[in-house]
Ligand binder design. Structure first.
Ligand SMILES: [Zn+2]
Length: 340
């Protein structure tokens, strides 16, 4: 039987090509306090410095046994780049966005001449990918993650975002066009630095929150643009949206991403039957199972999820930082035993 490198195995799985077995990977946030203690890189510094970001990402591979490394660990670097006020994170908790910068079309005009290549955290995350690429070359895939255009627009606009969408606020369209343009450029830079696939984390672009009409109008076309830009670089993209998206999976599938990463609330069987283009990844419960469950329960659920149609069994959302290495290892070890 052909032996694939982890990078080949992940690529082939995402591209629906023949492959020997499931890759053990996590598309959502991977860091935990136990991994920080094992590798010596701790939040919040490990959200900031390229060397420390790379070191903590690497722990997912060297400590847990994932067949990939993934950066970063939060979804605020993009809003920070545009000047939003950020509440700093702690050792256990990720930073969050608390101030907003784009209330009007004029604000968007002022923000749209952004430039990469400085010292912003997005640039330092790109730096961490270069460090990982130099170390792991073509063997271990590097998963580059970013917030999606919808949730970034919400971060920039603030609490009024959903109401603005419904009421046709004039800021809505220019803002989401701008965040999409940013996401495409950011993803391209991550790939140029060495990322082998891109995860779009768009938590609030949820079918559960938006419904058919608004989801089709304000989410799909923008995810599609990112997916197309990534295809042009032969780089698979993975779309993660939080909440119960079961009824919207067929719409998410129209974005043309290679993989849809689904939340623990999603019915896997229905989701996997609803897709024509993408494969489904998910959806181990990060709280009740991965944090609070036992290794035996985790292994049992991995097999169940696989039987229900998950092509890549993995976490349904970001890893809780208090999750034990023992539990994460149980998942990684089980994923490696699953053959297609
Ligand atoms: Zn999620």
């Amino acid at each position: 039987m052909t032996e694939y490198t982890p990078k080949e195995r992940l690529y082939r799985t995402l591209k629906k090509m023949d492959v020997d077995r499931m890759p053990a990977v996590c598309f959502t946030q991977t860091a935990t306090v136990e991994q920080m203690e094992a590798c010596g890189a701790f939040w919040p510094e490990a959200n900031e410095e390229p060397e420390l970001i790379a070191k903590l990402a690497e722990a997912g591979h060297t400590v847990v046994g994932y067949e990939a490394v993934r950066v970063p660990f939060d979804i605020t670097a993009e809003a920070e780049f545009f000047g939003c006020q950020i509440k700093p994170g702690t050792r256990e908790q990720q930073p969050s966005v608390i101030g907003h910068v784009a209330a009007t079309p004029e604000d968007v005009d002022r923000l749209k001449d952004f430039m990469f290549g400085g010292t912003a955290r997005v640039d330092r995350i790109i730096g961490s990918i270069k460090i990982l690429k130099a170390k792991y070359g073509d063997k271990i895939p590097i998963i580059g993650s970013m917030i999606g255009p919808f949730s970034l627009a919400q971060h920039l606009n603030g609490d009024n975002w959903f109401m603005g969408l419904m009421m046709d606020d004039p800021v809505t369209q220019p803002l989401i066009d701008m965040t999409t343009d940013f996401c495409i450029q950011y993803a391209q830079r991550m790939v140029e630095a060495g990322a082998s696939c891109i995860v779009i984390i768009d938590p609030t672009a949820s079918y559960e929150l938006l419904g058919d009409e608004f989801y089709s109008k304000f989410a799909i076309p923008y995810h599609k643009k990112i997916a197309e830009a990534m295809k042009a670089m032969d780089t698979p993209s993975i779309l993660h949206i939080c909440g119960d998206t079961t009824k919207g999976i067929h719409l998410m599938d129209q974005a043309g991403v290679e993989c849809i990463s689904v939340d623990q609330k999603v019915d896997l069987k229905k989701a996997s039957e609803a897709v024509k283009t993408a494969i489904i990844a998910g959806n181990l419960d990060p709280v009740q199972l991965m944090w609070k469950g036992t290794p035996a329960e985790i292994k049992e659920m991995c097999v169940k999820d696989f039987k229900n149609g998950a092509k890549i069994v993995t976490l349904g959302c970001g890893t809780v930082s208090a999750t034990s290495t023992e539990n994460l290892k149980a998942f990684a070890e089980c994923a490696k035993t699953l053959k297609y």
